[in-house]
Design a protein around this ligand. Structure first.
Ligand SMILES: *[C@@H]1O[C@H](CO)[C@@H](O)[C@H](O)[C@H]1NC(C)=O
Ligand SMILES: *[C@@H]1O[C@H](CO)[C@@H](O)[C@H](O)[C@H]1NC(C)=O
Ligand SMILES: *[C@@H]1O[C@H](CO)[C@@H](O)[C@H](O)[C@H]1NC(C)=O
Ligand SMILES: *[C@@H]1O[C@H](CO)[C@@H](O)[C@H](O)[C@H]1NC(C)=O
Ligand SMILES: *[C@@H]1O[C@H](CO)[C@@H](O)[C@H](O)[C@H]1NC(C)=O
Ligand SMILES: *[C@@H]1O[C@H](CO)[C@@H](O)[C@H](O)[C@H]1NC(C)=O
Length: 317
């Protein structure tokens, strides 16, 4: 179809031929170069998942095999629509036990959703998993992961669920870099220390209940319901424990008033009684004095202290 460009008398025809030739070579480039690359991606995802299944003890539900097609036959695996990458790994309650090894799930570089909830995974999270660039949702609840909450997670996370594990230490303030979070679940761990005063613009669901957090609920998170924070015995700002300057009673107390209010009332009452006793003594003394100095009169210069009202100036008894 394409005539030899040099011999064509028609300039426009020549340009069209050049364009068609470019188009042909681009397709050739794709078939020869890009297609094998895409297949190589899927193969490396497959090898990473096979390594995970080989390293992590699990129950019979995990049926991954080198002989079947990963995108259609493997439990819990969803591929991209063009079949070149693994996008989703969902393995709830398949009896996974022990730590997540490096160079396994952390190699799935197009992964968007990882759910490993309801297993017996433990130890700490491998750093390659924590730097997967496209990860959006990480569900690790109901395992027994331990150690500190990592300082850095994939930046684009929308949902982070670490609840019902054995995480300890503080909630890192670096969590504020996860600006796209819509759900953050940290309940039922052993987290301690203060809650960082961080602002999440998109956060809809927050749960930090049942930990050992202390200090006060930061102003940036006051929009969330008390149920997000309950079960932290040393955290103030909850209905059962207000952030008073005075010391508060323990949450189990049945008192209607806090201790400081009772002390204040007692001290005020004592002062009133004391004043009444003093006034009474004074009146009594003056009465006795008046009787003993019967008939004596005031000198004119001393009458300014209310003599008109029948009150005598103070004289020691
Ligand atoms: C999977 O099968 C391929 C050949 O189809 C082979 O090259 C590869 O080593 C196998 N991998 C494992 C983990 O068995
Ligand atoms: C993880 O659990 C296994 C038993 O399932 C135990 O032997 C191992 O010590 C645990 N590791 C950690 C870090 O808790
Ligand atoms: C979970 O891990 C913690 C700390 O590593 C350990 O004390 C506890 O026994 C573990 N729980 C279970 C159910 O394995
Ligand atoms: C969460 O933790 C609280 C306090 O330790 C406990 O009462 C509650 O049962 C836990 N929830 C679950 C589902 O384990
Ligand atoms: C918490 O952050 C908010 C806004 O981000 C700020 O107005 C407030 O002063 C901060 N509170 C504390 C105790 O730092
Ligand atoms: C919170 O608990 C830590 C120990 O976990 C302690 O050092 C700190 O003083 C406590 N802070 C407050 C405000 O109670």
């Amino acid at each position: 179809m394409c005539a030899e460009p040099g011999k064509s008398p028609d300039f426009n025809h020549h340009k069209l031929c050049m364009f068609l030739m470019k188009l042909c070579s681009a397709q050739l480039l794709f078939i020869l170069f890009l297609l094998p690359l895409a297949c190589a991606d899927l193969d490396s995802d497959k090898q990473a998942l096979l390594a995970f299944a080989a390293d992590v003890p699990h129950g019979p539900k995990l049926d991954w095999s080198n002989a079947t097609f990963i995108c259609t036959s493997w439990r819990g695996i969803t591929c991209s629509s063009d079949g070149t990458h693994v996008l989703i790994v969902r393995l709830p309650a398949v009896g996974l036990t022990g730590p997540i090894p490096s160079n396994t799930l952390g190699e799935l570089d197009a992964l968007r959703v990882l759910s490993l909830r309801l297993n017996r995974l433990n130890g700490t999270l491998p750093s390659d998993l924590l730097s997967l660039p496209s990860l959006r949702s990480l569900f690790l609840q109901h395992n027994n992961f331990s150690g500190n909450i990592p300082a850095f997670f994939p930046r684009r996370l929308h949902i982070l669920d670490l609840s019902f594990n054995s995480f300890t230490g503080n909630i890192p303030a670096t969590i504020q870099y996860l600006t796209r979070l819509t759900g953050l679940y940290l309940q039922n761990n052993s987290l301690s220390g203060p809650i960082p005063n961080v602002t999440f613009l998109k956060l809809k669901h927050l749960d930090m209940s049942y930990n050992n957090l202390n200090g006060s609920i930061p102003s940036s998170l006051e929009v969330f319901a008390y149920s997000s924070f309950t079960g932290n015995p040393f955290l103030c700002g909850l209905p059962e424990k207000s952030c008073s300057l005075h010391s508060s009673p323990p949450p189990s107390s049945k008192r209607k008033f806090p201790l400081w209010a009772i002390i204040d009332i007692a001290v005020a009452g004592g002062v009133v009684v004391l004043v009444l006793v003093l006034v009474g003594l004074l009146v009594f003394c003056c009465y006795v004095k008046k009787k003993s100095s019967d008939g004596s009169r005031l000198r004119s210069g001393e009458s300014f202290t209310g003599g008109r009202f029948g009150i005598r100036p103070y004289q020691p008894c």
